[in-house]
Design a protein around this ligand. Structure first.
Ligand code: FMN
Length: 272
């Protein structure tokens, strides 16, 4: 993490600050977009750098970022903490090698065969597998590449039983683990796609669980249900964090038939 002071300034149509080092050298990025994250005056940001040639970079502040840091048009001194956003190395030239865990199920087979499991054995899901599920969650598409999702993992039986108190959440009576998929409304900036982002991550986790032989259930979390406030207070969630979905996990103690689900009456080619 690099720490430095800079001046946020407006020049013509653009508002930006200069990076006081050669970001390509410091972050060891030979070509392509350099994506960074960190804080500006203790407020989180996730942006890309713009090259001005000769190892000079600037960070352009969009309207939302300007508003958040209180920029009103005149030069503003800012304290910046910045690091390379490794997970966001999207450009093929910058792809970092990750250890990709394998499972024996083809992706299309997993999509067709997965179904909600609501009865689990008492066998705990291994931490290694949960780690793989979280990685799958982080791989989901998300609006503007802002990756606003956070994941709270709990295998605490008191927590699971408390969640199961709600009649819609009975699945947690036997689940051995819960992932609370949360969204950071500040990172997203405008909160608009937070539900979609968290839901894409949720589905990735469900499919990966199936691939690993772990049963799962997507449990919606309405703001009006008792679990919603309970989760916020139980984990002392910061104001910016919204719990969006729950995922119940465990080893299946029930078998679900695999049914064909394609419904041609709901498919509309070129016209309704
Ligand atoms: C947004 C959403 C909310 C859900 N909420 C609940 C819930 O509160 N309780 C529950 O038992 N299942 C819940 N489910 C699981 C659905 O009931 C389940 O996916 C649906 O019956 C289809 O079955 P399948 O997953 O086996 O295909 C939810 C699923 C989604 C996508």
């Amino acid at each position: 993490m690099k720490s430095f002071s800079a001046i946020l300034k407006k020049s013509g149509r653009f508002t930006f600050f200069e990076i006081p080092f050669d970001a390509s050298k410091v972050f060891d990025i030979k070509k392509g977009t350099i994506r960074v994250f960190g804080t500006i005056n203790n407020l989180e940001f996730r942006e890309k750098l713009t090259s001005r040639g000769n190892g000079k970079y600037i960070l352009m502040a969009n309207k939302m970022l300007q508003k958040r840091v209180g920029f009103v048009g005149s030069d503003l001194e800012i304290d910046v903490e910045m690091d390379l956003d490794k997970v966001a190395l999207h450009n093929s030239g910058n792809r970092i090698s990750l250890d990709v865990p394998k499972c024996k199920i083809d992706i299309l087979q997993a999509i067709r065969e997965r179904s909600t499991i609501r009865q689990f054995t008492d066998r705990k899901v291994e931490k290694k597998k949960i780690q793989i599920l979280l990685e799958s969650g982080f791989c989901a598409p998300n609006a503007k590449g802002k990756r606003p999702c956070h994941f709270i993992v709990s295998d605490d039986s008191a927590f699971l039983h408390k969640i199961a108190d709600d009649s819609n959440h009975k699945t947690f009576k036997t689940a051995t683990c819960c992932i609370v998929v949360c969204g950071d409304k500040n990172v997203e900036g405008i909160n608009k796609f937070l539900i979609e982002d968290c839901s894409a991550a949720t589905q990735n986790i469900l499919l990966s669980a199936y691939g690993l032989g772990v049963g799962s259930a997507w449990i919606g979390l309405l703001k009006t249900c008792s679990a919603y406030e309970y989760i916020i207070s139980c984990f002392s969630l910061p104001e910016k964090i919204i719990p969006v979905n729950l995922i119940a996990l465990g080893y299946p103690d029930e078998e679900k038939p695999i049914l064909p689900r394609y419904d041609s009456s709901k498919v509309h080619w070129n016209h309704w």
